[in-house]
Design a binder for this molecule. Sequence first.
Ligand SMILES: [Zn+2]
Length: 331
Amino acid sequence: MLPLVTHDELRPLLGAYAAGALAESAAEAVRAHLASGCTECLHDIFSRPVGLPRGGGDESSRTATEPPHDEAERHAVHAPPPAPVRRGRRWGLAVTIVVLALALATFASWTIYDLREREAARHAEAVRLAARVSELEAARAELATRVDGLAHDREAARDEATRQAEAVRATAEENASLTAELEAARGRIATLTRGVQRRDSEIAQLVTGVDEQRAVHDLAATPGVELVRLKPIAPVADAGGHVLWHPARDTILLYAFDLPPLPEGNHYRVRLRLGDGRVEDGPVFRPGPRGDVALPIRLTGGAAHLREVQVVRDSTAEPVLAGQTRPLPSS
Ligand SMILES: [Zn+2]
């Protein structure tokens, strides 16, 4: 920029400036000061002649050495205008030039200043934008790194989930298979258990039947077997039956029919009176639909001591049928 020069420093330069004899840097300093609007210097510069004086001497000396009046009158028609007039025109031109120069200098300096300001602003803006671009680039790179990391984590999590799902499915299938096998095994065990129970029952019935049949057959085939008649005991009137008995055997066979029907849950019982006066309880039974029953009865001490066979109601001990193998001692 232009060097700052004070009003007092410029004053001595004004004459040389008006004469056009200043170096360019000094002339620029003068123009800058005039452009600042210093009226004193402007008035000074306007009152001075512009350009170097032509030839030797100043204006006042030239005026003093003017040609004589007669010669001036002789060339009156073609003579130039009088000196004061020429001087006034020259001053007007000088003022115009100076004003134009000042305006141009002011405009140029302002234009240069404005351009420099704009360039500085653009440069600052460019620097700021470059810094911003650098920041954004760094942020973008960091984001890209984080996105890569997240994508990697997501893939790892997806793989882990797949592995766990496969493990769960495999375990579930294994459990289902084991459960099915367990159910099948339980079913087989239940079937076998029922079969064993049924067979046990059948075997027991067979054994019982075989024993009874054998006992009855043996009894019936024994010479000297006796048939003891069972008679109804009042108020029962219609029932009847028989006992096959042999004193050398330990089994007797009781056959009865037309026994009175029993209430639900009630039974008949066989009672055995022995020769020594004791009474033994025999088996309980429910008769068939027609009130009949065929019942082998095993006697632990043998049949030799048997004196009387009774059929009684089990709940009340009330006799219904009775028959004697031997006459009871009249005691
Ligand atoms: Zn000044």
